[in-house]
Design a protein around this ligand. Structure first.
Ligand code: RAT
Ligand code: ZN
Length: 417
């Protein structure tokens, strides 16, 4: 049977297809094992994920201050999350449930609440083999890393010739260049590029050379930056000039899309580290103007505020050089994935990337994709049911094509465009 003709058969086939589809994870913070400690994995890293640390400090006793917490060794930090979030407060958040899903799918007995046995199991794993196993469980062909040429620790590994893996592709992260020119100029100058704190035309030429050289070195799929809610374009700020004079010309010349993750309000509570950022409503017209004025540049965009999602979908209908991806960070929760995926399907068809994991800890790939697939399967089952009811009979091949599109196929098609 190539075409399911009843709504029951259709639903079963759609769910099975989503469950089995190979995923391309378009944005993570993972690294190859050759990059040493930059690759995070294991139960203590899972428990100290910044999403969970922010939660810990909402429930922790007053005496447990972030200052005291940061002085502890990682396993002790993990113990505190385990005690306060999991044992005393019920593990109901998405980040907490994610750990349960992950350990469970690894075959570990998290329900037994025996953290030391779980730790022992992780201590026996080898990073390279474990990475392959996680990719197998999550059924990922490749994940895109975040490679920041302004981070000395990362640069060190690339300079030492540490290569990637086929299952980890690169993305060149340039927040510093866009948002903090003096710091970027410093790094570039130290690396032999003639840049100054107050940029001249020559500095912009040198910055373009810096980006091109890095692109040659790591062969990225795209350039990327996360941007604040106050990001506007065009505008009189220096960052708009850096975009016009450096980033957009390089993107165009090297045919590299520019990925923009917009809406993060950095450091509202700096004592929480990576967990201290919040969200603000961003300006979709900045994206619209970028797409309209730069038809030869492709943009990959995700926004952090729920409020922006509808306007952003409408924007994506207007510009073939704009591809929407992911339910970012505070939106990577089932209720939000459900709402956003429905909205995107209704406005865009299967031409977007339903989610990315944003995994900072390797093992998170397991739960992020398992949870996303469950929600997307529900949404798609209902959409196909309505389509059948309307008189269309989607074939199995068409369903497989559409499902893959949402989990990486549309991204790849966009890259090739
Ligand atoms: O989701 C996260 O972990 C955030 O802290 C950020 O990494 C964000 O995704 C980013 O790439 O800036
Ligand atoms: Zn990220």
């Amino acid at each position: 049977m190539t075409t399911p003709t009843t709504s029951e058969a259709l639903e079963i086939f759609v769910r099975k297809t989503v469950a089995e589809v190979t995923v391309t994870d378009v944005h993570t913070h993972l690294f190859p094992p050759a990059h040493g400690n930059l690759l995070l994995w294991g139960v203590d890293e899972l428990l100290t994920y910044h999403y969970l640390l922010a939660e810990l400090f909402t429930v922790a006793p007053r005496e447990l201050t972030p200052e005291k917490f940061w002085k502890l060794a990682k396993p002790n930090q993990a113990d505190l999350v385990w005690e306060h979030v999991f044992l005393r407060h019920g593990a109901l958040s998405e980040a907490a449930r994610g750990i349960v899903t992950t350990l469970n799918l690894l075959g570990l007995d998290i329900a037994g609440r025996d953290l030391s046995t779980i730790r022992r199991w992780f201590a026996e794993q080898n990073a390279g083999e474990y990475l392959a196993e996680v990719f197998r469980i999550a059924n990922i062909d490749y994940a895109v890393m975040t490679n920041d040429p302004f981070q000395p620790e990362e640069v060190r590994h690339w300079s030492a010739g540490a290569t990637g893996l086929d299952c980890l592709k690169t993305a060149l992260r340039i927040d510093t260049l866009i948002l903090n020119w003096p710091v970027a100029a410093d790094t570039m100058r130290a690396a032999g590029y003639d840049t100054q704190d107050v940029p001249t035309e020559k500095c912009f030429t040198e910055a373009r050379r810096f980006l091109s050289d890095w692109a040659k070195k790591i062969d990225p799929l795209y350039l990327a930056a996360s941007l604040p809610p106050e990001f506007h374009y065009p505008c009189d700020e220096l960052y708009a000039k850096v975009l016009d004079k450096v980033v957009l010309p390089v993107a165009k010349e090297l045919s590299l899309p520019l990925a923009m993750m917009i809406g993060v309000r950095k450091g509202v509570n700096p004592s929480l580290g990576d967990g201290g950022d919040a969200v603000g409503v961003a300006d979709v017209s900045a994206v619209m103007n970028l797409c309209a004025r730069n038809p030869d540049v492709k943009f990959l965009v995700t926004m952090l505020s729920r409020v922006n999602q509808h306007e952003l979908c409408v924007c994506a209908r207007k510009f073939g050089n704009l591809h929407l991806f992911g339910c970012w960070w505070f939106l990577n929760d089932p209720s939000m994935i459900d709402e956003i995926t429905q909205m995107r399907l209704e406005l865009l068809g299967a031409t977007f990337t339903a989610n990315h994991s944003d995994a900072r800890v390797l093992d998170q790939l397991i739960y992020k994709w398992s949870h996303t697939k469950k929600v997307v399967a529900d949404v798609l089952a209902e959409k196909y049911r309505l389509l059948l009811e309307a008189g269309w009979r989607p074939t199995k091949d068409e369903i497989r094509r559409d499902v893959r599109a949402l989990f990486g196929g549309a991204f790849e098609e966009f890259l090739k465009k």
